[in-house]
Design a protein around this ligand. Structure first.
Ligand code: C2O
Ligand code: CU
Length: 423
């Protein structure tokens, strides 16, 4: 905390070596360490300043995924941090409690920078979460899920020739750990699931028929918790779940074959047939009591009535509305204070999702409980159109754009991205 009351975080992007299960010499990148980065945790209403220093030998950026903030602080492709330089964005955190994350966003190199290991969680707290398990590392557990491939003892970023969506790994890391488990000492644990993988969609559920309660989506708590057996997350998406593990049992969080809604060819080469063990929960014989999940968690996400509709066709793995990303072209101009519907149609035949910076949207025309809360990233099966309701508030800047893009990182790098300004 500096004299003005601002919370200051020092984040240093660096390279190093990490033991990811293939010996100590795997070359990796991380933040303040050699792989991944620290969890940043702040309260709503706090002013923050992030000192992002770049000790990598090359240009990168650091983007605050899911954060409502001025475009110039967003860490997108325009806020490049040169080697040796420090970039210090600051803003006031003013959005509901949520599980957000940070990762590089250098145009054309996001996939590589994330794959090497730069990513971390950014948690926001407010008073609404007090009745959920919230002791970090005890009953509130970050679960950063990534799939990796190795060539000898080095990370292998190459993908198969038919793998249009990018690299798919055959090994799972949770928080950078191979073969992970967590000791459960309380009746209920909250898992903050983050799909920080480049391309893979996970279909999470537990062994032993164990269900769980979904309490939050990308941008915060859902209004009514819902009991589920499985939840699917595409790259960039998050879910907060609460699970009551019976004492003395060791259920495994798994990923079952993903329901991608794609044809056989596209599905297969996007990894739809694969399944994995992700994380074992090892419950003690005696568990400390936890409060039950409240029946109602958050006020409904009220975004007002839309006055503008925009259409975005995902026309190929490199284009939106038949155009590839151009850093010098503004694709959309939005008026601050406006509620809009963005209609996203996946007409390319391939597998995509869609992420919008600055806002948390509501997915219209669906009763899928996993889409019932605030979202910033949503999966889009081939042939499907999704209507997203979003409201642009507080920040306007005619010269700094925000991004919208597919979060399958190869697609983003290859041009499936566009820019909007809020004026
Ligand atoms: Cu998670 Cu534009 O990014
Ligand atoms: Cu895509």
């Amino acid at each position: 905390v500096d004299p003005s009351g601002t919370r200051v975080f020092d984040l240093d992007l660096r390279s190093g070596t990490t033991d990811l299960g293939h010996g100590p010499n795997s070359e990796t990148w991380g933040v303040n360490g050699s792989y991944l980065g620290p969890t940043v945790r702040v309260r709503r209403g706090e002013a923050v300043r992030m000192n992002v220093h770049n000790s990598l030998g090359e240009t990168s950026t650091l983007h605050w995924h899911g954060m409502h903030l001025p475009a110039a602080m967003d860490g997108g492709p325009h806020q490049m941090v040169e080697p040796g330089a420090t970039w210090s964005p600051q803003w006031m955190v003013n959005q509901p409690a949520a599980t957000l994350w940070y990762h590089p966003h250098l145009h054309g190199a996001t996939a590589e920078h994330v794959y090497r290991g730069i990513a971390g969680m950014f948690l926001i707290d407010d008073d609404s979460t007090r009745d959920l398990p919230d002791r970090y590392g005890i009953d509130d557990i970050p679960v950063i899920v990534q799939d990796k491939k190795f060539d000898g003892d080095q990370l292998d970023a190459r993908s198969g020739i038919f793998a249009d969506t990018g690299v798919l790994g055959d090994e799972i890391l949770v928080n950078g750990t191979p073969g992970p488990y967590v000791d459960v000492t309380t009746q209920r644990v909250r898992l903050r699931l983050l799909n920080a993988s480049n391309a893979r969609v996970y279909n999470f559920g537990f062994s032993d028929g164990l269900g769980f309660t979904l309490v939050g989506t990308d941008g915060g708590l859902i209004s009514k918790p819902v009991d589920l057996q499985n939840i699917q997350l595409s790259p960039g998406e998050r879910a907060e779940i609460v699970v009551a593990v019976p004492s003395g049992t060791n259920p495994v969080l798994r990923s079952a074959p993903a329901q991608l809604g794609a044809d056989f060819f596209n599905g297969r080469f996007a990894g739809a047939a694969d399944s994995f063990d992700v994380l074992q929960l090892r419950a003690a014989a005696e568990l400390e009591q936890s409060a039950p999940v409240p029946m109602s968690l958050a006020a409904p996400h009220d975004l007002g009535a839309p006055t503008v509709t925009r259409k975005f066709d995902l026309t190929s793995s490199t284009t939106i509305n038949n155009r590839s990303m151009d850093m010098s072209r503004i694709d959309e101009v939005v008026t601050v204070g406006t509620t809009e519907v963005w209609e996203i149609a996946n007409i390319s035949g391939g597998v995509h999702n869609f992420h919008v910076h600055d806002v948390q949207f509501r997915v219209l025309d669906t009763d899928d409980p996993s889409l019932s809360g605030p979202k910033d990233t949503v999966y889009l099966p081939p042939g499907v159109t999704r209507r997203l309701l979003m409201r642009f508030t507080d920040f306007s800047d005619p010269t700094s754009p925000y991004m919208f893009h597919c979060h399958l990182l190869r697609h983003e790098d290859n041009g499936l991205m566009g820019q909007f300004v809020v004026v």
